[in-house]
Design a protein around this ligand. Structure first.
Ligand code: SIN
Ligand code: CO
Length: 383
């Protein structure tokens, strides 16, 4: 179990003082930290097709970047390169555990857990992210420099590397195992590896209005919604034919506004959008589909665990109406099991004790069977 140690600060004090506002180094954020996954395993994952990875190195003073899957690392030597693997939470149960320490921030804000292996001198270069990130140092040592937010010139150091011009550091510190640097969006930063290093970044995403609108438009098109044309059967004669009257403008705007104001439809879209997986999930279907009676017994003897990287959320009101959102789809269930479904969305692992009465409820057992058969939840040994 990973416990985040904020050094005398409460989680709320951290949010008030630093979250989205300023970077900070949290010394010993994880006490006695041991890499949850080895460098060899990370390198092995980056050889797999479904895993998103990136290699960055310098050749003759020029930045180079390549996307995985990779076949070998031998040509890179023992210095000046780094390997990054995205969505490690989808592929390593042990590494995904780290995320549990950050559950004081809602899961819908989470993006993924990224692993970074780097040899001395290795770096992805100075850059700016649009994400909040907690970079947890694992084995080895890395020096982190973070600059102030402001006007920074960005440029392509390579077609796949957006870098930032040199910046003055407001943080310049060496991190060792268990130290964490939190960096909000917009702050230029670079990590330079001093000793062969592993680090793990828990990244949080926020969406722009334009990405929401564009996805909402796709959602409407898929559902054949929003296609009604503007109607004006009560039109009056005009004298200024070049004018778009205030009334006409209001009608045009309300065409769009009405779509946003349709709470049921926009909420459904939002739930589906927020739970859609950005990276491939490592879904393992059961050899044989589970039967209801079997699941009813299993829920009393086993824990059930949510698949790494799977997103499952509910809104404060939809849960009571029997609606939640899982992996990009809306899921309807009997409203009587709302509290049980909340548990599924809130907790990654549920032991028989956590489930309590729900393991005897027919509607809950039916839902659990469906989720197990989809490979979205799986059985784990109850400890
Ligand atoms: C890295 O870990 O190599 C890069 C992480 C970051 O700067 O966001
Ligand atoms: Co970064």
């Amino acid at each position: 179990m990973y416990t985040l140690n904020l050094n005398q600060m409460t989680q709320q004090e951290f949010l008030d003082e630093y979250w989205q506002k300023k970077p900070v180094v949290i010394r010993g954020g994880f006490k006695n930290f041991v890499d949850p996954i080895s460098a060899d395993e990370v390198a092995g994952l980056a050889m797999e097709e479904q895993v998103e990875s990136r290699l960055v190195h310098k050749k003759d003073g020029q930045w180079q970047a390549a996307f995985g899957p990779f076949e070998s690392y031998e040509h890179l030597g023992s210095e000046n390169w780094s390997l990054v693997v995205q969505a490690l939470d989808n592929f390593s149960e042990e590494a995904a555990e780290m995320i549990e320490a950050f559950r004081f921030i809602p899961h819908w804000r989470l993006d993924d857990l990224m692993a970074s292996f780097a040899t001395p001198g290795g770096s992805v270069g100075p850059h700016i992210d649009n994400y909040d990130v907690f970079i947890c140092q694992g084995s080895g040592k890395r020096r982190w420099r973070v600059g102030a937010r402001g006007e920074h010139v960005q440029f392509a150091a390579h077609e796949a590397l957006l870098h930032v011009e040199p910046f003055d550091a407001i943080i310049d510190e060496e991190l060792e195992a268990g130290d964490i640097v939190y960096i909000p969006p917009g702050f230029p930063h670079e990590g330079i590896t001093l000793e062969t290093s592993m680090s793990f970044s828990i990244g949080f995403r926020a969406n722009s209005a334009v990405s929401l609108l564009s996805a909402f438009a796709d959602h409407l098109i898929d559902g054949e919604q929003g296609g009604q044309l503007l109607e004006d059967p009560n039109r009056q004669v005009v004298t200024h034919s070049g004018e778009v009257s205030n009334n006409d403008y209001a009608s045009i705007k309300s065409q769009v506004q009405n779509l946003l104001d349709d709470e049921t439809s926009f909420k459904k879209f939002t739930g589906q959008f927020l739970t859609a997986a950005k990276h491939d999930l490592d879904i393992l279907l059961p050899d044989e589909p589970f039967e209801l009676t079997e699941v009813s017994n299993l829920l009393n003897s086993h824990a059930i665990k949510r698949l790494g990287g799977l997103r499952a959320f509910y809104f404060e009101d939809t849960i009571e109406q029997g609606l939640c959102y899982i992996n990009g789809s809306e899921l309807a269930f009997s409203a009587e099991i709302a509290k049980g479904v909340k548990l599924l969305c809130d907790k990654v692992m549920l032991h028989p004790d956590d489930l309590g009465e729900w393991s005897h409820n027919a509607a809950f057992i039916e839902l659990a069977t469906e989720l197990l058969n989809q490979g979205y939840w799986y059985l784990a040994e109850a400890e």
